[in-house]
Design a protein around this ligand. Structure first.
Ligand code: FES
Length: 179
């Protein structure tokens, strides 16, 4: 073999060239746990991006669904409310109104009594109403029925009575407050 042949072979088989052709991973020692392969690095990067994307997507949904502090305040701050004048609610009629953020119901019964309740059905939470043809509180969702004087569940699926509120007449006006 001639000198020129030897020089040519040496140039082709340099140690650096071998490494470039056979090394399929990067020798990055990111966490001090040895070399990290390209696949592992890509999986970590994709996982991080997916986590970031998920957070950015879910946070607005969480913010929207989270109860607002002012909603809770408006419910807890209302302890008494003037609904209407007594002569605006004739005997044998009822009126739905908002007690803070809570649906409520005032009833002037045919025998002249005033009764108020939270108008939230104890079955699945529909809003109940007074029905003068039955002199009863009625839930249209599944036909639940409550006594108009006591709020007791008397027919249909509701498992419990309605939550009572206190109703009184002050200076000719109906005032409802927490019972
Ligand atoms: S929600 Fe009222 S009866 Fe079902």
């Amino acid at each position: 073999m001639s000198d020129s042949d030897n020089k040519e072979k040496t140039a082709l088989e340099t140690p650096g060239q071998d490494k470039l052709e056979t090394d399929s991973h990067w020798d990055l020692d990111i966490l001090g746990e040895g070399p990290v392969g390209r696949g592992k690095l890509m999986r970590t990067a994709v996982g991080g991006i997916a986590l970031l994307w998920g957070g950015m997507t879910l946070y607005p949904v969480y913010s929207y669904l989270k109860p607002k502090p002012q909603d809770k305040d408006s419910e807890t701050k209302v302890t008494s409310l003037e609904v209407c004048k007594l002569d605006e609610l004739p005997k044998g009629s009822g009126r739905n109104f908002r007690f803070g953020s809570t649906p409520a119901l005032i009833i002037h019964t045919p025998d002249g009594e005033l009764h108020a309740f939270k108008a939230i059905c104890t079955h699945l939470g529909c809003t109940v109403q007074y029905r003068n043809d039955k002199d009863a509180i009625w839930c249209a969702c599944h036909g639940g029925q409550y006594d108009s004087h006591t709020g007791k569940n008397v027919a249909g699926p509701p498992p419990k009575p309605l939550t009572p509120l206190k109703a009184e007449v002050v200076d000719g006006k109906i005032v409802v407050s927490q019972a």
